[in-house]
Design a protein around this ligand. Structure first.
Ligand code: SAM
Length: 301
């Protein structure tokens, strides 16, 4: 939310899901921490840009005649942003733990800027809503554990998931919280369940070097355990996990590469917002996150 409030990119919906961050420390108080924070914001910007680019390419290819399944969606606002851009797929699904879903549904129910777009895009029978799931014609949210793909499939099918429609699965900072076996099961399920599909995964990479180890230690200190970190060893390991799970044409690029492909006007604007004086730290950070994607296409979409 902070990144949006200082103008990194526009997201009019995030304010309804995430409370305003506390006041920032003055630069002279802790420069190291601030450099770290700046790096993260810019990395976040590159991520939003890169992931949106891939999502829009899929929507364009399928002429929106597709569905999106956002795995571990948390408080993501993509559905609302796509609606504003007139780019909604036939149906947009979100999955997360029931407790997170209940929180999101509460926000949707109590904030008209969130509920209105769902109502506007809804047609037909009355909308199904309870504390752990919501199902409308174009937006659906399901409480499920991604470690159990058959249970997940059953729940999504109850919300009219169409196994024959081109399907985009998005996982941003999610697979790393599952063991390699659990995320492999999920990726294998997705590759075999949909004849035409694409998967996008955003998460850590190059985690075996010194910088990666410091990132792991920092997260562990905040009780955050990256159970799947061994698959984040390199761009190669990230690509391989997709290929061995039945996906084709897998690619993986680090965020430095994404950043260097941003339009120059964007880079100038970002660098003017928060001049990146700790360039080395910033570059290291960007080299430790990546976007990976792969497809499966029996009909040469
Ligand atoms: C770091 S957050 C990322 C949220 C969102 N994808 C984003 O990028 O803003 C990870 C999310 O994955 C969800 N998650 C992790 N493991 C999960 C599992 N086994 N089943 C369902 N959700 C899970 C968490 O509850 C959390 O909302």
């Amino acid at each position: 939310r902070f990144a949006v409030s200082v103008g990194y990119w526009k997201d009019p919906y995030i304010q309804y899901f995430v409370r305003q961050a506390k006041e920032r420390k003055a630069p002279e108080i802790n420069r190291g921490e601030l450099g770290w924070e700046r790096g993260h914001l810019t990395c976040y910007y590159a991520r939003v840009h890169g992931v949106s680019h891939l999502i829009k390419a899929f929507l364009e290819r399928t002429e929106c005649n597709c569905q999106i399944v956002n795995l571990g969606a948390g408080m993501d606002t993509l559905f609302w942003r796509l609606k504003d851009e007139n780019l909604l797929p036939r149906k947009y699904f979100e999955v997360d733990f029931p407790m997170i879903v209940a929180r999101k549904i509460h926000n949707i129910k109590s904030k008209p800027p969130l509920s209105k777009p769902i109502m506007e895009s809804h047609s037909g029978d009355s909308l199904l809503i309870d504390s752990h799931s919501l199902d409308s014609s174009r937006y659906s949210i399901v409480g499920a554990d991604l470690r159990f793909p058959s249970d997940l499939e059953e729940k999504l099918k109850k919300h009219s998931l169409d196994m024959h429609l081109p399907t985009l699965l998005v996982a941003e900072c999610v697979l790393v919280y599952m063991t390699p076996q659990q995320s492999a099961n999920l990726l294998k399920w997705a590759a075999s369940a949909f004849p035409v599909a694409m998967v996008i995964n955003y998460e850590q990479v190059n985690m075996r070097d010194r910088f990666g180890q410091i990132m792991i230690e920092n997260l562990q200190r905040r009780q955050c355990n990256l159970a799947g970190v061994e698959l984040c060893a390199s761009l190669h390991s990230q690509r391989e996990r997709l290929l061995v799970s039945g996906w084709e044409n897998a690619r993986a690029i680090d965020m430095m590469k994404v950043y260097s492909s941003l339009p120059q006007a964007d880079v100038k604007r970002i660098e003017a917002l928060e001049f990146l004086d700790e360039k080395e730290l910033f570059e290291q950070l960007m080299q430790h996150y990546c976007i990976c994607w792969a497809s499966k296409d029996s009909s040469n979409l």
